[in-house]
Ligand binder design. Structure first.
Ligand code: HPA
Length: 254
């Protein structure tokens, strides 16, 4: 997979920062100046065509001030293939393209009492429920500082109203049961989603600084109404102005 990441990175050219756009996040980059033509992921070495509604299928090169941003408008989720190499491929490609920082965005269900649909949460730590890791072999990587304190502070500086919380990375594609949600709350998680954790580990292993931001699109199972991906997308659409404002302020400073 590493060879494929290098080949894909050569196609994309050198960049400083990568951003992976989660469900409903693609419109949040619409105001940035585009630095080249969109590259369909299907034409890039090692990538699979995204299969999830609300996810784009291109990589876009953007200018955010002086920062060259590589934006992945969709991602590969673990539930699409159960192939951790495929999940990690975008961040490994970004690392091969020279990116020292990655911003992982996502949608999630809120578990903590104060988190409602439409809230943006800076991920402070995670609980990886997938039972998987993108690393193979005796790679005993320290994850103590996985989510960069420096970048979290920068994010709060840009928007002091942002919440922070622990992200539980669920395997999907089914949503959690209410009993699982009670268990994950008791374990110390605040939000739950189906992405981020494997990419964050892979990025850390590549020596990248990791920032993860999640949009709460619903209360988690058993804490609100029934769960539906269409509601996830409509909440994201309703929140896109805030997501865009955050990225406009943040990306040029990374
Ligand atoms: N659970 C898991 N993933 C999600 C959720 C959820 O409630 N909402 C958006 N993505």
């Amino acid at each position: 997979m590493l060879d494929a990441a290098i080949t894909a990175a050569q196609e994309l050219g050198p960049h400083d920062v990568a951003i992976v756009l989660g469900s409903g996040w693609t419109d949040a980059i619409s105001s940035f100046e585009q630095a080249g033509d969109d590259v369909p992921v299907a034409t890039l070495a090692g990538f699979a065509q995204p299969t999830v509604a609300g996810h784009g299928a291109v990589v876009r090169s953007l200018r955010a001030g002086d920062v060259r941003v590589l934006a992945f408008t969709g991602r590969s989720h673990y539930y699409e293939s159960r192939d951790v190499g495929l999940v990690a491929h975008a961040v490994r490609t970004a690392a091969a393209a020279g990116c020292r920082t990655v911003v992982l965005t996502s949608a999630s269900g809120g578990m903590r009492d104060d988190l409602a649909a439409g809230d943006l949460v800076i991920v402070s730590d995670h609980i990886n429920l997938t039972g998987a890791s993108p690393l193979v072999g005796a790679t005993f990587l320290d994850l103590t500082d996985l989510y960069s304190a420096r970048l979290r502070a920068l994010c709060r500086e840009v928007d002091p109203s942002l919440a922070e919380g622990v992200y539980a990375g669920y395997w999907g594609p089914n949503y959690e049961t209410p009993a699982e949600i009670r268990a994950y709350r008791a374990m110390g998680a605040d939000i739950v989603g189906m992405s981020t954790v494997l990419e964050a580990i892979a990025a850390h292993a590549e020596g990248m600084e990791v920032l993860a931001i999640s949009l709460v699109t619903n209360r988690a199972a058993g804490l609100g109404g029934r769960l539906d991906h269409a509601d996830v997308l409509s909440t994201a659409a309703a929140s896109v102005d805030r997501m865009r404002a955050l990225l406009e302020a943040l990306l040029p400073r990374l």
